[in-house]
Structures are given as structure tokens and as C-alpha cells.
Design a protein around this ligand. Structure first.
Ligand code: SF4
Ligand code: SF4
Ligand code: SF4
Length: 439
């Protein structure tokens, strides 16, 4: 097995003192609450008799760095002499896609700066033959630096199993198995505690509160895709070209609202070779412009081209989100953007049986993934889920099956309403994969 240089962390020696974090602040000037190195603590609540285990982590400068592959603007590169994964702040859009891609929670988003930042391996020290500041200042010898075996993933409890060749070697990870077990209900800790999954410090994902522009962008663009696809089979509801252009433009605008640096969005298609986000943005542009032409010239084969582009665009959206961790048990979920587009394609072409079939499929996927899998269903989740099923299936089904003159407007509004609920749940559900103490 070949050798490389990287961090060496020993679970048995770390006391969670934080000297490594402070050394990093002093050396590199990161400003709290952003910290390039973080300590995750098992038993953060200090439950008596449970024992303590700490894990100090920063960027592990992976040889197959997923952050680098994900970044649409090529803001990451390898340092030529040390192999450190370096982030270029001037090329960063603040899209945060790298924070989803990194399984170690290393890139940290700064709201003030509108970009991410992360550890650069103290490459300036490495070039002078010194250790990174954190490893140099650990008082117990828990965090070191040196030659390590190159492995696809560290065989250690609590770290990602993805084959990304992180430059870290973990020693004595089995100590976690020797911590005493205690009954959570007897702990006296308010609300109980989770002995595993105590991720401290690393930035948390705020679901729909943080991602609402993306939720609306994907909703509007799936809706427009369905509208265009309906022309290939026979559209029955044409709306004016200015409305299509206005919706497409607002979708574009919403997608930039998500960026910390919206004026750098022109950099977002630089990494077409590797980044699904770059591909998604390019495909959206191609889909929107060919659709606009298709509506103006009203020729079927142009609609067909833009429909194919729309499906490619929607699949690229799904690929963007495929790197996140979810609790879904089926390969596709009810909020899948292709299914969403097909709902509106069936609606606009008045293929009612097809519409009912897609809504039934989406409802089954919704119940399987959100109902059956929910470990602790709350009252609000139950009400929201029930509302989604009523408007997303029962009402359209009842109107189309039993009413002599079903109200198209009511069906349309209930579809919009239920699909928006689905998207909100979807965005609330996803978490970047940061699985310390969760394996
Ligand atoms: S300085 Fe060493 S002992 Fe202290 S938290 Fe960091 S790795 Fe653990
Ligand atoms: S640890 Fe995260 S940020 Fe660092 S190189 Fe690996 S994936 Fe990228
Ligand atoms: S552009 Fe996006 S993916 Fe690239 S470094 Fe900045 S936040 Fe991360």
C-alpha cells in the first residue's frame, strides 16, 4: 500500500481540550463562529458514568476530494507541492454545494463573507518542514502529522465510508465500543439524550428556512418542464409567452438568491466535466431558451427538443441532491422533479387517467417514505402529511372520477398546493452526510 502524509488522530489520547482548535485560530485567523477545526464529542451532555470520547477533525485533504468535484466554479485545487486541497475565495459563489459534498463538515459557510472557508493544511508550514499548527500544539499527542498508509476510507468508527482517500489515519477507534452504556431515561438530562450522533460545532443544515429559493426554483422549473412536455402529446391550456418568460426568469432569479455571491453566478458553469450543479445550470439555460423559441414558432419538433432538454435538466437536479443523506427507503421519492413535471404534463394535456396514475404513485412513495419510516410522527407532521394526500390525490381523484363537470381550476390549485407541501418536506428532510458517531 502506498504512503502519503496526513493527520494521525488517536481516539485514546484526545481529551477534548480544544488546543488544536485554538492553535488553528491563532495561525490562520479564522473568525468565530467559523472554525476550520472542530471537535465532536460523544457524550457532550456529560452524562455521569457514560464516559467521554472526542474526535478532532478539519479538512482531510482527500485525494479524491468530493468538494472539488462538486464545486461548479472550480474554486478548489490541489496545492502543487503539499497536495493540500486549497479553496480559492475569489472563485467561490457561496453556493454551499461543497458543504453538502464533504462528509467531514470541513467547508464552513460564512454568512458575513458570503463564501465558504476551510483548513488549508497549513501548507505554508508544511513547505518549511513544520507540522500543521493544530498537530504541533496538541498537548497529549492525540493529533499528529506524518506518513500514513493511503486508504480509500479510514477504517474507524464515526467516519465516512465513502472511497475518497482522506489523508487521515485513525488510531484506537475501538475505545468508543468500551464506553459504558447507561439508560438514557435514567440520565436526568432534559428530553433524554442520544449517546451517538452528538455532533458539536459543525454547521447544521436549516432545511427549508435556508433552501426556500432552491425549493421554489425546482418547483417552478419542473412546472414549466411539464408545460413544455405537454405540447409533445397535445397541450390544452396555452398561456401567453410573456408568462412563460416571466416564470423562467423568476426561477433563474430565485436560484441566484441562494448564492452568497450572486454576481459571480456567471462562474457557475466552469466545472461541466465533474459538477452536477454546473450541468444543471447549463441545462436549465438550454431548456428555457429552446422552450421560448418553441412557444414563439409553435413547431412540434422544437417542443420535442426542449422536452428532452427538460428531462435532462430535471435528472441533473436529482443528481445534485443525490449526494445528500436521507432517510428515504425507495430509490425515487415523491418529490422527484421528473414526476412533478409529469403531473403537470398530464394536467396540461388533460390525460386524466395518466394524471391519476402518477398521483397514485407519488402518494404511495410519499406514504412509504414519510409515513411508514417516520420514527416519531408528530401531530403537525401527521396533519401536513394528511393534507398533502387529500390535495395531492384524494380530491383530484374524486373530482375526476365522480364529478360530471370537474373544476379544472380546483384541481390545478390542489396540485400546486400539494406539490409545494411535498417540496417543503423534501427540503426539510435532507442532511449533508456528516456521520460522526452515527455509524
Ligand atoms: S489538542 Fe489534542 S487533545 Fe486537545 S482536543 Fe485537539 S486533538 Fe484532542
Ligand atoms: S475533507 Fe472535505 S473539504 Fe477536505 S478535501 Fe475532503 S471532501 Fe474536501
Ligand atoms: S462555489 Fe460553491 S461549491 Fe465551490 S467552494 Fe464556493 S460554496 Fe463551495
Amino acid at each position: 500500500m502506498s504512503k502519503t502524509k496526513g493527520f494521525i488522530f488517536d481516539y485514546a489520547k484526545c481529551v477534548g481540550c480544544g488546543a488544536c482548535v485554538v492553535a488553528c485560530f491563532n495561525e490562520n485567523g479564522a473568525k468565530p463562529p467559523i472554525a476550520w477545526r472542530n471537535i465532536s464529542t460523544y457524550n457532550r451532555q456529560k452524562v455521569p458514568l457514560l464516559g467521554y470520547v472526542h474526535l478532532s477533525l478539519a479538512c482531510n485533504h482527500c485525494a479524491e476530494a468530493p468538494c472539488m468535484k462538486a464545486c461548479p466554479s472550480l474554486a478548489y485545487s490541489f496545492h502543487p507541492t503539499t497536495g493540500a486541497v486549497i479553496h480559492n475565495p475569489d472563485a467561490c459563489l457561496g453556493c454551499r454545494y461543497c458543504t453538502w459534498a464533504c462528509p467531514f463538515g470541513a467547508p464552513q459557510y460564512s454568512k458575513e463573507e458570503g463564501i465558504v472557508e476551510k483548513c488549508h493544511f497549513c501548507y505554508h508550514r508544511l513547505e518549511q518542514g513544520q507540522f500543521p499548527a493544530c498537530a504541533n500544539n496538541c498537548p497529549t499527542g492525540a493529533l499528529g502529522f506524518g506518513k500514513i498508509e493511503e486508504k480509500a476510507q479510514p477504517e474507524a468508527f464515526g467516519l465516512s465510508r465513502r472511497a475518497i482517500y482522506p489523508r487521515i489515519s485513525i488510531l484506537n477507534s475501538e475505545v468508543i465500543n468500551h464506553t459504558p452504556e447507561v439508560d438514557p431515561s435514567a440520565s436526568g438530562i432534559e428530553g433524554g439524550f442520544t449517546s451517538k450522533g452528538n455532533l458539536q460545532n459543525a454547521q447544521q443544515h436549516n432545511g427549508i428556512k435556508e433552501e426556500w429559493p432552491l425549493a421554489l426554483f425546482t418547483f417552478i422549473s419542473s412546472f414549466l418542464s411539464g408545460y413544455i412536455i405537454s405540447f409533445t402529446v397535445g397541450n390544452n391550456f396555452k398561456f401567453p409567452v410573456w408568462l412563460f418568460a416571466a416564470l423562467a426568469f423568476s426561477a433563474l432569479l430565485l436560484s441566484t438568491l441562494h448564492l452568497g455571491k450572486p454576481f459571480r453566478s456567471y462562474l457557475s458553469i466552469k466545472n461541466l466535466k465533474q459538477s452536477w450543479l454546473s450541468r444543471e445550470i447549463l441545462l436549465f439555460g438550454l431548456f428555457a431558451s429552446t422552450s421560448f423559441v418553441a412557444i414563439l414558432v409553435d413547431v412540434k419538433w422544437v417542443y420535442t427538443i426542449s422536452s428532452v432538454l427538460s428531462i435532462m435538466f430535471l435528472l441533473s437536479i436529482e443528481m445534485v441532491y443525490s449526494i445528500t443523506k436521507r432517510r428515504y427507503i425507495t430509490p425515487i421519492h415523491s418529490a422527484n422533479t421528473v414526476l412533478l413535471a409529469l403531473v403537470f404534463a398530464a394536467f396540461f394535456s388533460q390525460y386524466w387517467n395518466v394524471l391519476i396514475a402518477i398521483l397514485a404513485l407519488k402518494t404511495i412513495l410519499f406514504i412509504v417514505n414519510n409515513g411508514l419510516k417516520a420514527s416519531k410522527p408528530t401531530l403537525i407532521n401527521t396533519i401536513v402529511g394528511f393534507t398533502k394526500i387529500v390535495f395531492g390525490f384524494l380530491l383530484p381523484f374524486a373530482m375526476l372520477s365522480y364529478s360530471h363537470s370537474p373544476s379544472i381550476i380546483i384541481i390545478f390549485i390542489s396540485l400546486i398546493f400539494s406539490e409545494l407541501i411535498d417540496r417543503i418536506i423534501y427540503y426539510n428532510d435532507f442532511e449533508p452526510e456528516r456521520n460522526f458517531y452515527n455509524s
